[in-house]
Write a protein that binds this ligand. Structure first.
Ligand code: ADP
Length: 646
């Protein structure tokens, strides 16, 4: 049964009675009555009824005045008014003042009851709507808050995994944890290197004095429990203690776990005053934060160790005695260490990321850079400097980086080499005279008396050995002469002619081994500035080696390529080849490759040394490309004479 109270403001006691006895009471409403407008307003204020039935024509205050008075006092009790005249202005005015419904007089009980029920049910609907609106608002607020929390976690996650400044990251994490959990304080503890204690790494809103000295034992702390169990630890509804004298009402610790390193610390939130205790939802949200934090710490650690290694490497590179220049793939300088700086006599620091060619004046180095860029292969060269020093330079292409140039000062080695060469030359020279006389006497022996067959055989051995020694001495003297620059008058000469003569000279030797000797001379080739005899000697040595180190029936090809401003001559064979490890040394004096394939092949180890000396004296370079079992290609490059130089 309804218990609503209805205030009847009606000057006719008959109508009052009718309403109370026939409409309200039988339907369970309680009636309160006022006979005039003023009393009606007073009762409405005092009694706060659920509904007012208001006659429009009243003594003291009429119906409209009552409505106004209620409105002024912010009283929102639904009103049904009754009137005898259906005047549209009156009805509109009454509705404007807040009336909900009206009934024309005279009315029957049913008519009024219907109006009452309509108003109440409309009121209920409004109430329900208001309630629903309120609930919706609350749900919305909650969703918004959750969204903000997720957003905070997402933002932290993004920034945490990309920022490498650990201090910033950890402070941000703790701040976010406090915000997300609606906590008073937050902290992040990390395990020390012995894994026995936890020390404070970041904090939010914590007592500064406590924070400064906060260290707890893993074996004897709540945080330690989270570490040891590797699970969140939630303490609520008790006065827990995180350190002496620091009592908290509720706290939540989450372990920070890094793959392969295990648990490295804890992230915690604390309430000291607030009764609000942390929930499963907080554990869920803060776990995400804890995971991000662990990633961030690990990233920062890896970055730091990479940085330390990089810095060490850079220091080594910068301070090493060897001159080092690193350029990128566009020939811009990435690193030029102090030694390189000094070696190249550069003014000021060479601008990093500037084209190397703008800063490095040495022509040989520039040539090397160009060559490596063209061929993509390592280049070794001796680089003579204007101040008389000589450097051994190695330029290596490195994929994804560019080129690395390393130069060592070999001036003292060159000097030793010069002294040695001088010594060898002197000895060779001194040996030559007695050797010539021995050779003369050996040749005379058969003429001064009869020699038996065995003596003749021995004389032949002596003769052959003398020949080898003479050749060796000649080669040594040759190197010495070429190195010293004697015997090296240069003239413009047709290189094709020199090669052609050499090939014709060696053809019988190649034929004797059934080797194919291919040579396709170019019809027109500009001249080179050379000493034709020495150049011929170099080509002879290459051809002789090709024949010597290629099996019977093999193939040898000589070619000339006319480049821009230079010419490249190559002698290729499909012979025994040279192991990669030995290739750097074969141009050294007396160096011979000792292997099964070379057993029984006679040589002095001076042929290629002569080639190198001769070619370098012609401002050229010689190199080899070879694979054991497949063959070798010896090439040298010489500058060509411009037409007007001839
Ligand atoms: P050698 O008098 O021993 O031939 P060289 O100075 O001419 O001395 O050559 C040095 C070494 O290089 C040789 O002993 C040989 O092992 C290797 N070599 C030179 N040319 C060739 C080639 N065409 N094929 C294979 N190996 C070669």
């Amino acid at each position: 049964m309804a218990q609503e109270r209805v205030l009847i403001i009606e000057d006719s006691s008959e109508t009052q009675q009718l309403l109370a006895e026939l409409v309200l009471e039988p339907n369970g409403y309680r009636a309160i009555a006022a006979l005039d407008g003023a009393e009606g307003v007073r009762l409405a204020i005092d009694e706060q009824p659920d509904l007012i039935i208001l006659d429009m024509k009243l003594p003291k205050l009429d119906g409209l005045e009552v409505l106004q008075a209620l409105r002024q006092r912010d009283i929102n009790i639904p009103v049904i008014f009754t009137t005898v005249h259906e005047s549209p202005e009156l009805v509109v005015q009454a509705f404007r003042l807040g009336a909900r419904d009206y009934v024309m007089k005279p009315f029957g009980p049913d008519e009024m009851l219907e109006a009452i029920q309509r108003v109440f049910s409309a009121g209920k609907l409004i109430e329900e709507r208001d309630q629903l609106t309120q609930q919706l608002l609350e749900a919305n607020q909650q969703l918004e808050r959750q969204l903000q929390e997720l957003n905070a976690i997402y933002t932290i996650g993004r920034s945490v995994t990309s920022v490498l400044d650990l201090n910033r990251v950890l402070n941000r994490v703790v701040e976010a944890a406090v915000y997300v959990a609606g906590a008073e304080e937050g902290l992040l503890l990390l395990l020390d290197s012995d894994k026995e204690e936890l020390y404070l790494r970041a904090a939010k809103n914590m007592d500064e004095k406590v924070a400064r000295n906060l260290r707890v034992l893993v074996d004897d702390s709540i945080a330690g429990r989270a570490i040891q169990s590797n699970r969140p630890v939630l303490v609520t509804g008790e006065n827990a203690k995180i350190v002496t004298g620091y009592l908290v009402k509720s706290l939540l610790y989450l372990p920070l776990q890094v793959p392969e390193r295990g648990v490295i610390g804890v992230l915690g939130v604390i309430n000291r005053q607030s009764e609000h205790s942390f929930s499963e939802k907080d554990i869920f949200l803060l776990s995400a934060l804890a995971d991000y934090t662990a990633i961030a710490i690990e990233n920062a650690r890896l970055f730091e160790s990479a940085e330390v290694e990089r810095a060490k490497l850079e220091t080594v590179l910068r301070q090493t005695q060897d001159a080092i220049i690193i350029v990128d793939e566009n020939n811009n300088i990435l690193l030029c260490n102090t030694a390189a700086h000094a070696v190249l006599g550069l003014d000021g620091t060479p601008a990093l990321h500037k084209a190397v060619t703008d800063d490095i004046p040495n022509q040989t180095l520039r040539g090397m850079l160009a060559q490596v860029q063209q061929t993509g292969r390592v280049v070794h060269t001796e680089v003579p400097l204007d101040d008389g020093r000589t450097f051994n330079a190695q330029l290596t292409p490195i994929k994804g980086v560019g080129q690395v140039l390393v130069m060592q000062d070999i001036t003292h080695l060159k000097e030793l080499d010069r002294i040695k060469s001088e010594f060898v030359a002197n000895v060779s020279h001194d040996l030559r005279t007695p050797l010539t006389s021995i050779q003369g006497y050996v040749e005379l022996l058969p003429h001064v008396g009869p020699v038996n067959e065995q003596q003749q055989e021995f004389i032949q051995y002596v003769h052959d050995s003398m020949h080898i020694i003479t050749e060796l001495i000649d080669s040594l003297l040759d190197i010495d002469r070429v190195e010293a620059g004697f015997d090296l008058e240069m003239l413009p000469y047709d290189l094709v002619q020199v090669i052609d003569d050499a090939v014709q000279n060696f053809r019988p030797q190649a034929d004797a081994k059934n080797q194919e000797l291919d040579w396709q001379p170019l019809s027109k080739l500009p001249l080179v500035q050379c000493n034709p005899n020495r150049l011929r000697q170099a080509i002879d040595n290459l051809l002789s080696n090709a024949i010597k180190y290629t099996q019977e029936g093999g193939q040898i090809a000589v070619s000339v390529v006319d480049g821009e401003g230079h010419v490249v001559v190559s002698v290729a064979d499909n012979g025994i080849g040279i192991p990669i490890a030995q290739q750097p040394y074969i141009f050294d004096k007396f160096y011979r490759v000792e292997s099964e394939e070379t057993i029984g092949i006679v040589g002095s180890g001076l042929g290629l040394a002569i080639v190198k000396t001769v070619i370098e004296k012609h401002n050229g370079r010689v190199w080899v490309e070879s694979k054991p079992g497949e063959g070798s290609v010896f090439s040298f490059v010489l500058p060509m004479l411009e037409a007007h130089d001839c």
